[in-house]
Design a protein around this ligand. Structure first.
Ligand code: GLN
Length: 377
């Protein structure tokens, strides 16, 4: 009997395949169409040439964990023990799954905000947990903390947050963190904070990592991705940060899921992180892409919603069509040659606000060609 009877193929595979089939410009699945740094590739090559080709330690290469702890200290003023509190993972999605598999028992309730990255709900279900779903308010996608309070029960075990947010591009504010801190204290909740877009925050805003708040962090798993920020999603490299008592349990599961992550990439990334400019330059790099895409879309009949972070831009299309978003996204791909993600795919019940998600982590020429097509609709 299926453990996930209502789960189909992830929308990211579906839309990327449709884009390939119709030779459409693919602004659907979130990945860059430009290459990662030559310097970083050279660092990885060198590690391979030097013979670093056997298993890495189960929690990850210590050099890499030490470099991550230094970055966390300088960006989020939190002292993390690289030995006990950081585990290198094959990507962010894996890191999220492992936290859920470690702590969610059958019947445990997990608060999830929708629209939600599409792995969250199946991850909870496959472990016997119960997703408790709360819609973010449309169109600004803020959290209604009163509603969160109403949905907490004695079975509530975990709350999942995601900032910058996929697919909406919203970011958590100081008020949100204050609310989260109170809830964690009152109900002793675990927090799973998906921060894979940590460096992609625009207009001078600060990324409010859970790592900045010791009273939240003490109950948290915080998930990051190298692929998302250093333009190499195909490497499947990420990490999870959690206090020692939580990480100890996490590693018990991790050691039997993948044991350890590929070694040469870890050497390369450890060296790359020694230069802070490599991540400090990312907000400006991505803001320029967001701004350029918006400028190119000026004069189209799409209406942009605010994108404060991530590499996604939501657009309403109500001036173009009254179709459902899946139908519209499919037609956009087939007839107009641009693929996007229908945002209803991020709701368990297919809630449809007639919005599609475009990924602007693309070369300028790609954005120009896509926008030229989209302006003609
Ligand atoms: N996170 C990426 C997105 O939202 C896709 C990840 C994936 O395809 N699994 O598009």
């Amino acid at each position: 009997m299926s453990k996930l009877p209502h789960t189909g193929t992830t929308i990211f595979s579906v839309m990327s395949a449709l884009a390939a089939e119709h030779k459409a410009i693919n602004l659907s699945q979130g990945f860059p169409d430009y290459d990662c740094s030559d310097e970083l590739k050279e660092m990885v090559n060198q590690a391979m040439q030097q013979g670093h080709n056997q298993y890495a330690p189960m929690p990850g290469l210590l050099q890499l964990r030490t470099a991550i702890a230094a970055k966390i200290r300088s960006l989020y003023q939190q002292t993390i023990n690289p030995d006990t509190d950081i585990t290198i993972t094959p990507g962010g999605t894996y890191a999220i799954y492992t936290a859920i598999a470690t702590y969610i028992h059958p019947g445990d309730e997990v608060i999830i905000f929708e629209p939600a990255y599409d792995s969250y709900i199946p991850n909870v279900l496959v472990n016997g947990g119960k997703p408790v779903l709360i819609s973010l308010s449309f169109p600004d996608y803020r959290i209604d903390w009163q509603e969160v309070r109403r949905k907490i029960t004695p079975r509530t075990r975990m709350i999942m947050v995601n900032t910058p947010h996929n697919p909406t591009g919203s970011i958590l504010q100081e008020e949100d963190m204050a609310e989260l801190e109170k809830l964690v204290a009152e109900h002793n909740l675990l927090v799973l904070s998906d921060e894979v877009y940590e460096h992609l925050v625009f207009d001078g805003a600060r990324h409010l990592s859970v790592l900045r708040y010791p009273a939240i962090y003490k109950n948290s798993f915080v998930v990051f991705s190298f692929g998302k920020v250093f333009h190499n999603t195909g490497w499947k490299m990420g990490y999870c940060v959690a206090p020692e008592h939580l990480m100890k349990e996490y590693r018990k599961v991790h050691q039997y899921l993948c044991f350890s992550v590929n070694t040469p990439m870890q050497y390369g990334l450890a060296e790359f992180l020694e230069t802070p400019a490599h991540y400090l330059e990312l907000p400006a790099f991505y803001q320029q892409k967001r701004d350029y895409f918006l400028e190119l879309m000026n004069g189209s009949r799409f209406t942009p919603l605010a994108s404060q972070g991530s590499y996604f831009q939501l657009m309403r299309y109500d001036q173009i069509s009254s179709e459902g978003d899946k139908e519209f996204a499919t037609r956009l791909t087939k007839e107009f040659g641009v693929a996007a993600i229908p945002v209803s795919a991020f709701y368990h019940d297919g809630k449809d606000d007639h919005v599609v998600r475009f990924c602007f982590a693309k070369k300028e020429t790609t954005l120009e060609q896509a926008a030229a097509r989209l302006r003609n609709i």
